[in-house]
Design a protein around this ligand. Structure first.
Ligand code: ADP
Ligand code: MG
Length: 306
């Protein structure tokens, strides 16, 4: 068919399709297709429902500070991907670009096969839930008002909203009696439950979490980690989480992306990073934490994962 059209219209069309092991997806096999007209690439896509977000050749500076350097990155659907690295390495900037709060200087952010743009951002954002370290709740609104803010703004059915809220309270183990309290009167753990409920209220496809447990004391954090993991498993959503804690990354991440100074150093499972670190930085980073939940005691032995 393409040959016929080339013969009649004096134009050449070329479609390249290939099965590839994507390096940024820890070797996952995906189907990639490229359409060229007269040698010019006019469309390029991953033809599978396995990709939720992509960064294509993305760069971001803040004045002279390079936050993200020419990065290609793919986030698999229905998996938990963890962005990790030292403070200032660009983790939050990547998350903020995915949700459209920060615009790249160059390159594209693709969400579910569509580039984010000013005219589709609002609709796209409704498909993303976002939680930040301190929860980011409005102190002058009750927990309930915080959670249902967007649903009300969108004029969704109040009965359905009430049902959804009930479901979310059960999911996050939040007592419904506390719904009418101000976030300022709630504990840190309760505030993060409220923030999570707010992020989940519109039943988003993706959950983006920026150090969601970072401000909690260790015991509460430990409990919330296991609850969060259960919630992720129950929901089966795409989760992208930022942390600087390798133990947390190992506990949650199907895939871990380790960054340094705006660049991806290594991407893979915790086992990949532990067993095949590509350089000293990776080795030191994964060894810097003694206990990695989810690994065997032998692997955690005496501060070494080997
Ligand atoms: P991380 O989340 O890994 O700690 P960030 O993505 O927040 O790192 O920051 C990456 C770099 O960009 C840092 O050097 C930081 O100081 C800088 N940066 C981030 N946001 C801004 C901003 N709004 N204005 C100026 N510099 C920023
Ligand atoms: Mg950050």
């Amino acid at each position: 068919m393409w040959t016929n059209s080339a013969a009649t219209n004096q134009k050449t069309f070329k479609i390249d399709a290939r099965l590839t092991r994507h390096p940024a997806l820890a070797g996952t096999v995906i189907f990639e297709i490229e359409l060229r007209i007269n040698g010019l690439v006019v469309a390029h896509s991953f033809l599978c429902d396995g990709v939720m977000f992509e960064l294509r050749n993305v760069t971001k500076h803040f004045d002279k500070t390079l936050a993200v350097a020419r990065t290609d990155l793919v986030f698999a659907a229905k998996e938990t991907t963890v962005l990790i690295g030292p403070s200032g390495c660009g983790k939050s900037t990547i998350l903020n670009m995915l949700i459209g709060l920060v615009q790249p200087d160059a390159g594209d952010i693709i969400f579910d096969s569509t580039p984010l743009a000013s005219d589709n951002l609002e609709k796209m954002r409704q498909r993303m839930g976002y939680v930040i370290q301190e929860g980011g709740l409005f102190p002058h609104l009750s927990a309930r008002q915080n959670i249902t803010l967007m649903a009300k703004h969108l004029d969704l059915d109040p009965t359905a909203n009430a049902e959804r809220l009930k479901y979310l309270c059960a999911l996050t183990h939040f007592t419904t009696e506390a719904l009418d309290r101000s976030p300022t009167t709630l504990s840190g753990g309760q505030r993060q439950r409220v923030a999570l409920m707010r992020a989940l209220m519109l039943d988003p496809d993706v959950l983006l979490l920026d150090e969601p447990l970072g401000a909690l004391d260790p015991l509460i954090r430990f409990d919330l980690q296991s609850e969060l993991k259960d919630i992720f498993q129950a929901l089966g959503k795409t989760v992208i989480m930022v942390t600087h804690d390798i133990g947390e990354a190992a506990y949650f991440g199907d895939r871990i992306i380790l960054l340094r100074q705006g660049e991806i150093v290594q991407s893979g499972t915790i086992e990949d990073l532990v067993e095949n670190p590509i350089d000293n930085f990776v080795e030191q980073f994964v060894s810097a934490q003694r206990i990695v939940p989810g690994l065997s005691s032998e692997q955690n032995d005496a501060g070494s994962f080997r």
